[in-house]
Ligand binder design. Structure first.
Ligand code: GLU
Length: 436
């Protein structure tokens, strides 16, 4: 049997290092303390397996040619084909794509999907493109990365500012390249193009399932619990409406432009209607004397549950100390910096980590992939039931480890993920991870 060699000491920079990937890897280092980690396996998980960058050339409607930086990272495929979304955002960088692919690796393992982790991105503000420019850009992405994606290799999906329509274009472009109908190359497609029922609200629903499943253990009572959601995109809206339907009081919401707080609560359906009409949550109807405040102020308002959606780094060293919530539900990927995390833990706040709390999206993506391959489609109630069946046992295992070892939930979730990745490495004959 291979000897367990001492864990290499990677150079870990300051807690708030500018590199998101460096900060993300800090979680791995922390969790590794609780396992006897084989140096080979640690080395493997410390670096991305493969990252391809491309410059996408797009003919604009006015006849000019513009180019866009784009990436796809396959972080680790130990447990299966790599899986993860594609982000369209003007500030996306290669570093961010790699960090997001790293998180996908651990996310898929936490909820026990037969996938590794991947991610993609295009540096673009999609709101500045016409419909036809967006289509040409998306098809260009599928062409540029066709050699590394595939139903058994790497399976993209939607992420920030990408949607079912974009997935449909990419699936079609890929199918044309390989010369056969290949819906399983991408998930989050429109239903009529092989999408799964229940994929649209899956991320928010997953967070809702995790929170409700832990409700008693967290000391929350639905009729008394006040929730603030940072962001009001797909995940936040669906999580808010499901919690609201079960009696939770939604007291704060925000988007990139504005935030609204009302201790008397608000109806997320009415806020969404207002947002659809006006393009922002600011000025949305509330039950009492709701007031418009800044995003920064909203983070510090009174509530029981704070759910950061949207982008990274919202809770950090400068505002974490002012968070009033008892529970933070991470609907976004990486919304808390490591230093922010330490401060919340010191304050006794329970953080339900992203790789568990927002895994509902990729779980239903897995269902979509499985349905595409079987050519047989499931009814909505079956998707909902199976989503719960995936989320609840992983939530229980994470909680039990958190209680048993007195570690925070994030560390517990990484230990669970590392163990699962380690099992796959072990099965191939490499001694990898054992709990200490
Ligand atoms: N973009 C989502 C995430 O970050 C979903 C990924 C997927 O469905 O593959 O989890």
């Amino acid at each position: 049997m291979q000897q367990v060699s001492p864990m290499p000491e990677p150079p870990m920079p300051e807690a708030e290092d500018p590199s998101l990937f460096t900060r993300a890897r800090k979680r791995l280092q922390q969790a590794a303390k609780y396992l006897d980690v084989d140096a080979d396996a640690y080395e493997k998980l410390f670096y991305p397996q493969e990252t391809l960058s491309a410059r996408l050339m797009v003919r604009m409607d006015n006849g000019s040619l513009r180019s866009f930086a784009a990436w796809r990272c396959r972080y680790d495929d130990t447990r299966g084909p790599t899986k993860g979304g594609i982000r369209y955002h003007p500030s996306v960088t290669e570093d961010e794509v790699i960090a997001l692919a790293f998180w996908m690796t651990f996310k898929c393992a936490v909820v026990d999907l037969p996938f590794g982790g991947g991610k993609g991105g295009i540096c673009v503000d999609p709101s500045k493109l016409s419909h036809t420019e967006l289509e040409r850009l998306s098809r260009a992405y599928a062409r540029a990365f066709a050699r590394i994606i595939g139903p058994d290799r790497d399976i993209p999906a939607p992420d920030v500012y990408t949607n079912a329509m974009i997935m449909g274009w990419m699936a079609q472009e890929y199918s044309t390249i390989v010369g056969q109908h290949t819906p399983a190359v991408i998930t989050g497609k429109p239903i009529v193009l092989g999408g799964s029922l229940g994929r649209d609200d899956a991320t928010g629903r997953g967070g809702y399932v995790v929170l409700r499943h832990l409700e008693k253990r967290l000391g929350l009572k639905p009729e008394k619990a006040r929730v603030i959601l940072l962001g009001f995109g797909n995940a936040s809206f669906h999580c808010a409406r499901l919690l609201h339907d079960d009696g939770y009081e939604i007291v704060g919401l925000s988007d990139s432009k504005s935030a609204v707080y009302d201790p008397d609560g608000m109806d997320p359906y009415a806020v969404m209607e207002h947002k659809t009409q006006t393009g922002q949550v600011g000025g949305a109807p509330t039950k009492g004397n709701g007031k418009e405040i800044s995003n920064d102020e909203l983070i510090e308002c009174e509530c029981d549950v704070l759910a950061p959606g949207a982008l990274e780094n919202q809770i950090h060293k400068d505002n974490a100390a002012n968070v009033k919530a008892r529970v933070v539900l991470e609907l976004a990927n990486g919304p808390i910096t490591p230093t922010g995390d330490d401060i919340l833990i010191d304050k006794g706040i329970t953080v339900l980590p992203d790789i568990l709390a927002n895994a509902g999206g990729v779980v239903v993506s897995y269902f979509e992939w499985a349905q595409n391959r079987a050519g047989y489609y499931w009814p909505l109630d079956e998707v909902h039931q199976r989503l719960s069946d995936f989320m609840k046992p992983s939530t229980d295992l994470t909680w039990d480890y958190h209680v048993e070892k007195e570690v925070d939930m994030r560390t517990a979730s990484y230990v669970l993920a590392l163990e699962r990745i380690g099992e796959s490495l072990n099965a191939r004959g490499t001694r990898a991870f054992f709990r200490t």
